[in-house]
Design a protein around this ligand. Structure first.
Ligand code: NAD
Length: 355
């Protein structure tokens, strides 16, 4: 039997990170979670595994080299899954500095620390070590409505400070493989959705604004198209990429579920009309409001996931409809999680729309 693998997850208190942590603990891994606990983090998302002997949490900044070195030394991980990032495009437009700090400098810091750590390993531990870098479809820029989806070979053309900072981090990760031989694997995924997503992003924002009787804002005419990926499907893809991905390669992860923002919001309204009808029975669609578009708003992203399907045997198990149904039901049933997030951390900020 193989020894239990200990995985260092950065950003494990965020939306995807916490899903990955719960997934890995459920699969029998030991997990060390390194997270700065920014506004986007919630330790409540980890309540179900917080007391597990297979889980440890360190509050630390990936830009803090001493803290990162100490965690490597004390925890001796077998692999890293790097998810820590500033992630909200609107925030990157208002205030790009934290995006440069965390996404670029922080990734550099982690790579440099990982390289030093990896070079000192020996035997099987050195050979099997992996640095999995989690990135986004947004590094490829925007597609026209008739363009073929992005492949792993699509040129990088980021549009926002967020996507430019993620593109920079991808280049650094590749360079640490090409130059120093650090065994990296990259993934670029499409828009994730599902339980525990911070309610500034489109899907939870639409659900919660709708049930609280607020306007449900949509940028422009709602024509922007995204390729939606259920977060649990993504967590499975990341485990596979870490265990079976080819070193130095990148894998696109997408749900084969392209929809316009308007379709997404209308589908949510339809599900809510059924699961929690408004008094008077009129549809939640009546709360939809179109708001002026944001600058640099990419028209369309779409991922071609054929490589990870073919080479690693992954495929999305949720359709957009089944995933949205689960997600809406989860938000309706888990007010304990989102109510404090929405009231305390989000107080005074605009209830804008996202991605
Ligand atoms: P998130 O914003 O929900 O969580 C990010 C986490 O990183 C938070 O817990 C935060 O506290 C932590 N963090 C931020 N700065 C840090 C720092 N300096 N040091 C340590 N921790 C820090 O993000 P998410 O949606 O879960 O995204 C995770 C990763 O996946 C990111 O790298 C993101 O770029 C990528 N991604 C996300 C999506 C999506 O749809 N959510 C799509 C494509 C790619």
């Amino acid at each position: 039997m193989l020894p239990t693998r200990r995985i260092l997850v950065t950003g494990g208190a965020g939306f995807i990170g916490s899903t990955v942590v719960r997934h890995l603990v459920g699969r029998g891994y030991e997990v060390v979670n390194l997270d700065k606990l920014t506004y986007a983090a919630s330790l409540d998302s980890l309540r179900s595994i917080a007391d597990s002997p297979a889980y440890r949490f360190f509050q630390a900044d990936i830009c803090d080299r001493q803290a990162v070195d100490r965690i490597f030394k004390d925890e001796s991980p077998d692999a890293i899954m790097h998810l820590a990032a500033e992630t909200h495009v609107d925030r990157s437009i208002d205030s790009p500095a934290p995006f440069v700090d965390t996404n670029i400098i922080g990734t550099f810091n982690l790579l440099d620390a990982a390289l030093e750590y990896w070079r000192a390993l020996d035997g099987h531990k050195r050979a099997s070590f992996r640095f999995l870098h989690v990135s986004t479809d947004e590094v490829f820029g925007a597609l026209g409505m008739k363009d073929a989806p992005f492949t792993e070979l699509s040129p990088y053309a980021p549009s926002s400070p967020y996507s430019a900072s993620k593109a920079s981090s991808d280049h650094l990760v590749r360079a640490w493989w090409m130059t120093y031989g650090l065994p990296v694997v990259l993934t670029n995924c499409s828009n994730n959705y599902g339980p525990f997503q911070f309610p500034e992003k489109l899907i939870p924002l639409a659900i919660l604004n709708a049930i609280e009787g607020r306007d449900v804002p949509i940028y422009g005419a709602g024509e922007n198209v995204r390729d939606w990926l259920y977060v649990d499907d993504h967590a499975r893809a990341l485990e596979l990429a870490m265990t079976s991905g080819e070193i130095g390669q990148s894998y696109n992860v997408g749900g084969r579920a392209e929809r316009s923002n308007l379709t997404i919001v209308e589908t949510i309204c339809k599900i809510l009309d059924r699961l929690r009808p408004r008094s008077g029975r009129s549809s939640y669609r009546g709360q939809i409001r179109f708001v002026p578009d944001r600058p640099g708003h990419d028209l369309r992203y779409a991922m071609e996931p054929a490589k990870i399907e073919r080479e690693l045997g992954w495929s999305a198990s949720e359709t957009l409809e089944s995933g949205l149904e689960k997600t809406v039901a989860w938000y309706l049933e888990n007010e304990w999680w989102w109510r404090p997030v929405r009231e305390q951390k989000y107080a005074g900020e605009r209830l804008g729309t996202a991605r």
